[in-house]
Design a protein around this ligand. Structure first.
Ligand code: UDX
Length: 463
């Protein structure tokens, strides 16, 4: 049986309701999971908030999409206080979600509902499913290390690691190796105690769920996955990398375009191009943007740079561009391709790509690993600090170009050289290639993730 065939005893028609969080980095793994489950004979109903448009035309015709509405003030989604946003979204969508699932359960003629899979951050939806007596699983879209940090949060505060003190920021955290104190997950725009409360809700509901699904895999996080298994008394399915487990590129982009960069990449030499992207949320100050532009120009290498309009904090991108010195924008355009949004999976798998300058969002990191592309790390918030630590110090497939402190063009250029043509570059590329092979092995027949997916489907069928 290969990764694309039905699971043992797959029972077509078992109905699974999926509920993604309305952010690109959460939507992508959920819809990839949907594709993998659908491929194994399960019927898919996607409930999504009306805060994000999803185009059914991009998905199998058998999927059913339903939009949920709630009274969410426009300014909430623009807020940088992530803990507040998550708490308020949970409060707003709990009732619409519960009502809709109750109606689907009651609709026996269409098959009812066998199981609900929500983003693990939708703790109120988990509670709703549990109250309705519907088996529920959470999909946690960050790393397993991040989930362990969530579980350890009360201890991390109790032991004084958090809030991070300047004098202790480089100390190791023996409870969560290889993290140092400064790598611990936090959101600087949210109060630590609000964040801790949000994290506490996620973990409490995950403990009461029927199971937990992780977009991770044994080759990179076996130890973390096992530690989670030991601590939770529910089944844990590590089915990553989900971009390899689903049949092909799943089209989930909330933003249009960027495909012209693929034609441009076709004109570039193999292994010559740097891909630069900061995911869908991270933002930088204008001086960092200018230094980054200089660093790319000074590197004298071809690049694809995804510059979405919200990339530069508190000012419009156009006004940030005006801060670029005369001629720099032309020089950049001469050597690189700038797009608002890149078709990232296809870019990373293009033979012209050599390295990825990334914010280390978990999806970007997993996508890079599964394409064998080494990383230049510039983590911006939350789980990204810890993920960069793993990339640089544990898997050793990347180099850091700076955390928290302001970017400097010289550092950027030096890091690009290190990863793209120094003597050491080959070592990074070789390790990235090895990790890619290990990721592929996990996702193919008898690999750990393939087996976990088969177990997950069997588990759902058993309800
Ligand atoms: C955030 C967090 O950073 C991340 O760690 C968490 O797991 C989910 O929420 P985000 O910052 O958007 O996500 O980054 P990331 O996890 O990398 O997800 C971004 C997704 O958008 C990736 O799947 C990536 O392929 C896609 N993307 C991003 C594009 O397709 N094109 C782009 O130009 C940028």
């Amino acid at each position: 049986m290969d990764a694309m065939e039905p699971s043992s005893g797959a029972d077509a028609g078992r109905r699974v309701v999926l509920f993604p969080l309305p952010y690109q980095g959460h939507l992508n793994p959920m819809l990839r999971l949907a594709a993998a489950l659908h491929r194994r004979g399960l019927a898919i109903i996607v409930l999504h908030t009306d805060l994000q448009p999803l185009d059914p035309a991009n998905h199998p015709t058998e999927y059913r999409f339903e939009s949920l509405s709630a009274d969410v003030p426009a300014e909430l989604m623009a807020s940088k206080d992530i803990a507040r946003v998550v708490m308020d979204l949970n409060a707003s969508f709990a009732a619409p979600f519960k009502d809709r699932v109750a109606a689907l359960v009651a609709d026996k003629e269409s098959g009812g509902v066998d199981c609900v899979i929500t983003d693990a951050v939708w703790f109120s939806a988990q509670a709703a499913a549990q109250e309705l007596g519907v088996p529920s699983l959470g999909l946690f879209t960050n790393s397993a290390a991040s989930f362990r940090t969530f579980m350890a949060y009360p201890t991390l505060i109790e032991k004084g690691y958090l809030p991070v003190q300047e004098s202790k920021k480089d100390d190791p955290v023996p409870e969560l190796p290889p993290f140092r104190v400064k790598d611990l997950e936090r959101i600087d725009t949210s109060s630590l105690y609000d964040f801790a409360s949000m994290v506490g809700n996620v973990v409490a509901r995950a403990r009461q769920a029927s199971g937990l699904i992780l977009n991770s895999f044994d080759a990179i996080e076996a130890n973390n996955v096992n530690k989670i298994r030991e601590e939770l008394s529910i089944p844990v399915f590590a089915v990553g990398p989900l971009n390899k487990l689903s049949p092909s590129v799943v089209k989930t982009n909330l933003m249009p375009g960027g495909r012209e960069c693929l034609d441009w990449l076709d004109t570039q030499a193999p292994g010559s191009v740097l891909y630069v992207s900061f995911g869908s949320i991270a933002a930088m100050d204008a001086p960092d943007f200018v230094e980054l532009a200089w660093g790319l120009a000074d590197s004298k290498r071809p690049f694809v740079w995804a510059v979405r309009p919200s990339l530069v904090r508190s000012r419009s991108l156009e006004s940030a561009k005006l801060q670029l010195p005369d001629g720099l924008e032309e020089e950049i355009h001469g050597r690189g391709k700038i797009v608002y949004w890149a078709p990232q999976e296809e870019v990373l798998s293009h033979p012209a790509i050599c390295a990825f300058l990334t914010h280390n969002g978990w999806n970007s990191t997993v996508e890079s690993i599964s394409q064998g592309v080494p990383m230049l790390c510039r983590p911006c918030f939350g789980d990204q600090f810890g993920t960069a630590r793993y990339v640089c110090d544990f898997w050793k497939v990347g180099v850091e170009i700076g955390v928290v402190t302001q970017l400097r063009r010289g550092n950027i250029r030096a890091a690009i050289d290190k990863l793209m043509d120094d003597k050491q570059a080959k070592e990074y590329r070789d390790r990235a290639k090895d990790l890619k092979e290990m990721a592929e092995k996990c996702a193919t027949k008898d690999g750990s993730s393939h087996r976990a997916l088969v177990s997950l489907v069997d588990f759902i069928i058993s309800f």
